[in-house]
Write a protein that binds this ligand. Structure first.
Ligand code: DCP
Ligand code: CA
Length: 694
């Protein structure tokens, strides 16, 4: 039904001729127009795309949507369409198991960036898996569809009253209150007022007794004390109108883009979200105010937004139950005592279906992250730079979409996280203002951050690299045009030349097969690490944390890494011994920078037949350290270049932090010096720097 048409209502019945009054007042009606979160007539919808990545692939490939299809990432399945789910497939089965259960299953591997590439591409799943070490998943195709869907929704809703919040890559919340208010006044002119005695606290007249037409909506049963025979009030009418709008929105998305979605319609975000998952695919569920308690009491509270993760687990442990019904008799004071005042009151209300959180259309991306876990670890700057190139291309394309080129928004800082074993190092640098952000400029900045890690020592082997930009600002002036950002012209060329030659024509990537088991174990460790360094919402599950949200958008193949809270780790004792490295030999033992390793290294190296002499600094080193040593010179050249750049604006302080397992108490400076560093490190500008100049 078109929401602009009047809704069908039956005439007032003879038994209801007495003046009937609504539970709601004129004041309530006017707060509906403003979309006030406390308005009891408020109407919120949550729209969730069905099997989203799978639909993206079906649509992209022009396939019949009734054919079973799953989206593959390496050897796992990350999205399964509903025809495939009918064969009992879910995200926990492997590709091999899935094909056994459903031989006609179409498995489409996600797009990947290949090490050294400047653009992601689609390819064969087996090939992608064989090359897992040199490839990184790209979610760009899904982000693109997500944006198109959002645009269709926004275009469809009246611009003056729309409130749309993108909640994840395939979910939106709509606050339909203001639009519904307008339609109510059109359909029921008696609501236009003025209120009797000009008193807004006067009750509204009752709506006409009607059989509301819910079309094909799934209606949640009413609470025990209510019956379908009871006359509806304005909250029922409001939610009915909202459901008509949502049906129209869903039809529009399908007609324009061929995607199906499911929706929940209720009085707040939390209930609307539970509603959209209630009946899938391609359905919408309405939870009327009179049905809330009935709907919630059957639920496990761990299904409620923000209770899926640690917080939910804590509540289960504290109250020895996971059902809403068993939490309901618990007094608010007990929740407060056990969980803190704020969380206690929040929980008390949420299990009663009360949630005043707003639909926030201005929720903006706060940071963007691109990352890769390496298995096996990577060992050279050359390879690391190729990954940085990919991260930058990935982030830059998203910056362009954010309107950075048009000066709408721009990030203030760039961060690099480097992980070796259990130790994570983070470097960050302000993105200079007053110059346009370009891909090349970002790459130079990223390389300079990596150079700092290399100069600090112990950069290799590296198990995970991630690059992010954050601290977005609105409408910053001073983007002077592409090309003027950071280092340009001769400086840029000089930096380019400082790169190892191999950079221009990347050598074939290392291709080593990785067994499933190893990956599983590795991911286990990663999750540990991420929890330790997470600054995220403790109530969010692992998946929720790594989902694309407007607040933090990013992707890495296996694991979301939250950005290190600023400054964290500065007080952490650093690790002298890495569990992935052989125990340090005597010459690498910790000490002050001045006492450090170079001499013993020299002696040791001279005795060994497997040694080499660096042509640049005449240091003799074990041959095994040659690559790292050359990286050191590269990093240092890069820094020196940037320090002496004639175009360089005033120096900006970079931040650096280290987290990791506590083993020994060596300082970050003392760590790792023996390996790649020549003795010259201990004096003058050659010494490990803590500042970068641009
Ligand atoms: N996703 C993922 N890993 C997960 C969960 C989801 O990569 N553990 C990706 C693939 C999904 C998309 O996010 O298609 C959206 O996630 P949903 O949880 O909404 O799942 P679907 O849209 O696939 O299915 P549903 O119809 O149940 O919403
Ligand atoms: Ca979905």
């Amino acid at each position: 039904m078109d929401s602009s048409q009047p809704f069908a209502s039956s005439p007032v019945s003879p038994t209801t001729r007495l003046p009937r009054r609504s539970k709601y007042t004129y004041k309530h009606l006017s707060t509906l127009a403003q979309g006030a979160p406390t308005c009891p007539l408020r109407v919120i919808a949550h729209i969730d795309l069905d099997a989203f990545y799978a639909q993206c692939e079906t649509v992209r490939l022009g396939l019949d949507p009734t054919k079973p299809l799953a989206v593959q990432q390496w050897q796992g399945l990350i999205a399964i369409n509903y025809p495939a789910r009918a064969f009992g497939l879910n995200r926990h089965v492997t590709v091999a198991e899935a094909k056994e259960k459903c031989p006609e299953l179409i498995c489409q591997h996600v797009a990947t960036w290949k090490e050294g590439d400047v653009k992601w591409s689609y390819g064969d799943g087996d090939e992608a898996f064989r090359e897992i070490a040199s490839r990184k998943v790209s979610l760009d195709p899904y982000r693109l569809q997500s944006r198109k869907i959002l645009a269709v929704i926004k275009e469809f809703l009246p611009v003056d009253v729309q409130k749309v919040e993108k909640a994840s890559i395939d979910e939106v919340f709509l606050d339909l209150s203001a639009q519904v208010h307008g339609i109510m006044l059109e359909r029921y002119p008696e609501l236009k007022g003025p209120p009797p005695y000009d008193d807004p606290s006067e009750p509204l007249p009752r709506p006409p007794t009607t059989a509301l037409d819910w079309a094909a909506d799934a209606l949640v049963d009413l609470d025990k004390e209510h019956s379908e025979e009871n006359d509806p009030d304005w909250d029922d009418v409001a939610i009915l109108i909202a459901s008509e709008i949502v049906r129209d929105v869903r039809r529009e998305v399908f007609e324009k883009l061929h995607f199906t979605c499911s929706a929940g319609i209720s009085k707040n975000k939390m209930l609307a979200k539970l509603g959209s998952a209630h009946k899938k695919p391609n359905s919408q569920t309405v939870i009327r105010n009179r049905a809330v308690q009935h709907f919630l009491s059957d639920f496990k509270f761990t299904k409620i937004r923000n209770l899926g993760g640690k917080l939910g687990d804590e509540i289960v442990a504290a109250f020895n139950t996971d059902t809403v019904a068993e939490l309901l008799p618990i007094p608010i004071e007990q929740f407060k005592r056990t969980l803190s005042d704020d969380t206690g009151s929040w929980l008390y209300n949420i299990i009663r279906g009360e949630d005043n959180s707003e639909v926030n259309p201005r929720t903006q991306i706060k940071s963007m992250l691109s990352a890769k876990s390496f298995r096996p670890s990577i060992n050279t700057l050359d390879v690391a730079c190729k990954w940085l190139r990919i991260f930058v291309a990935d982030i830059y394309s998203r910056l362009v979409e954010e309107g950075v080129l048009e000066n709408k928004r721009r990030p203030k800082t760039m961060n690099l996280h480097h992980r070796q074993g259990a130790q994570t190092r983070s470097k960050s640098v302000p993105i200079p203002l007053g110059r346009a952000i370009t891909e090349e400029g970002m790459f130079e900045l990223a390389k300079s951050l990596l150079a700092q890690v290399v100069v600090d020592g112990r950069a290799w082997p590296c198990a995970n690299l991630s690059l992010s930009v954050g601290g977005f600002e609105e409408g910053v002036q001073g983007n002077k045009g592409i090309g003027s950002f950071l280092v340009r012209g001769d400086d840029a060329k000089a930096l380019q030349n400082a790169q190892p030659k191999a950079e221009a024509t990347p050598p074939p990537a290392k291709r080593r097969r990785v067994d499933d088991n190893g990956i599983a174990k590795f991911f286990g460790t990663m999750r540990e690490d991420s929890r330790e360094s997470s600054g995220g919402d403790p109530g969010l599950s692992d998946y929720e944390q790594r989902q694309e949200t407007p607040q933090q958008v990013g992707h890495q193949d296996e694991q979301w890494i939250e950005e290190e809270p600023e400054g964290r780790g500065l007080n952490h004792p650093s690790s002298d011994a890495d569990p992935l490295l052989p125990p340090p030999s005597a010459q690498f033992a910790s000490g002050t920078p001045e006492e450090a390793a170079p001499q013993p290294v020299l002696q040791d190296a001279q005795e060994s037949p497997d040694s080499y002499t660096c042509p640049r600094c005449s240091t003799r080193l074990p041959i095994i350290d040659q690559a790292e040593h050359e990286d050191f010179h590269f990093a240092q050249d890069l820094q020196n270049k940037q320090t002496t750049s004639p175009r360089a604006p005033p120096p900006s302080t970079t931040k650096s932090s280290t987290t990791g397992s506590v083993r020994g108490g060596g300082s970050a400076r003392g760590r790792g010096r023996g390996r790649g560093r020549p003795s010259a490190m201990s004096s003058g500008p050659e010494r490990g720097q803590k500042r970068l100049h641009f």
